[in-house]
Design a protein around this ligand. Structure first.
Ligand code: DON
Length: 304
């Protein structure tokens, strides 16, 4: 595995700089498009990594996978009364379907769906407690107590998250948000600002490759069925309107973040984190996607 990821890293270094770093959150615009990190955590507990593998970045929308897992643990399948399970075919921050579909977001990975998940996690708690629960959960699954939230990025997004504010207010109007919009946004922006390096992120995703178990303790986080279903949602919705093409090219469940992170799951084998900040047209890491495509091809990984 180590020579393989090093070879793939080397192959794609010349492509660094292609694509565009997200700039709608000023703090994210400062990212260096020449960064590229790769980490592979295997189900036997080993972690292989290369490049900028120890450089922390905010995981942004990848946090939606962990927040969804936590919310399903809290309310179970009742969650699906408020969020759908269909690909949206629209960008991550689109509002267009919400009116037609009466404030029920298509899936938990577009921003509207993730905001409903934040609202669910807030039930019975203060925002600070909810944010603490999400962070604790991520630390537990990654087996790393050092993981923290980047307060500067959280603040930058709070100051510029106009579209998320609009989405939350729109859903409040349909009765699909129960808490004050500012509190829901506070939870969501802080979960997005959880900072991790590729090694930590690959370890955090590993429970989805093991059928719901964490490898550092002999315990399950979710049932095998739930792990399968989260993977199914990642495959169909994890890359927004790029999900079909990603399934075609890579063939693995995955989730992207606008800071250029990608988490991909090889069920039964590994969890893979790739980070490169410049994005493609769908808002997913451009070089990260190419790296995953090549890694999957060379390792023979596909769920198909
Ligand atoms: O809500 C936002 O705009 C960001 N915090 C996260 C968006 C994101 O990562 C979309 N994924 N590619």
């Amino acid at each position: 595995m180590q020579p393989l990821i090093e070879a793939v890293h080397e192959e794609f270094v010349p492509y660094l700089g292609e694509g565009k770093v997200a700039d709608y959150i000023p703090e994210l615009a400062k990212a260096d498009p020449r960064n590229l990190g790769i980490a592979v955590a295997t189900v036997d507990g080993r972690v292989y990594s290369t490049g900028d593998d120890a450089e922390p970045f905010t995981i942004q929308s990848i946090s939606k996978v962990f927040a969804l897992t936590l919310a399903l643990g809290k309310v179970g399948d009742d969650l699906w009364r408020r969020v759908g399970r269909e690909p949206s075919g629209t960008p991550f921050d689109s509002i267009i379907q919400l009116e037609h579909e009466h404030g029920i977001p298509r899936n938990p990975f577009i921003n509207a769906g993730a905001l409903v998940v934040s609202d669910i996690l807030l039930s019975g708690y203060q925002p600070r407690e909810t944010i603490g629960q999400i962070l604790e959960f991520v630390r537990f699954i990654a087996n790393d107590e050092t993981i923290a939230i980047d307060p500067v990025v959280a603040r930058s997004e709070t100051e510029h998250g106009y579209r998320n504010r609009a989405l939350a207010n729109f859903m409040l109007g349909f009765g699909n948000i129960e808490h004050a919009v500012d509190l829901v946004l506070g939870v969501y922006f802080h979960q997005c600002a959880i900072a991790m390096d590729c090694r930590q992120l690959a370890k955090a995703g590993l429970f989805l490759a093991t059928g719901g178990r964490v490898t550092h303790r002999d315990t399950g986080v979710v049932s095998t069925l739930r792990a399968r279903r989260i993977n199914a949602l990642m495959l169909t919705c994890g890359q927004y309107d790029g999900s079909g093409d990603f399934a075609f090219r890579v063939g693995l469940p995955s989730k992207s973040g606008v800071s250029g992170g990608l988490l991909a799951i090889v069920p039964g084998i590994a969890s893979v984190a790739v980070w490169s900040p410049a994005l493609n047209k769908q808002g997913n890491s451009l070089v990260g996607t190419l790296v995953l495509e090549r890694l999957a091809e060379r390792a023979g990984w596909s769920i198909f």
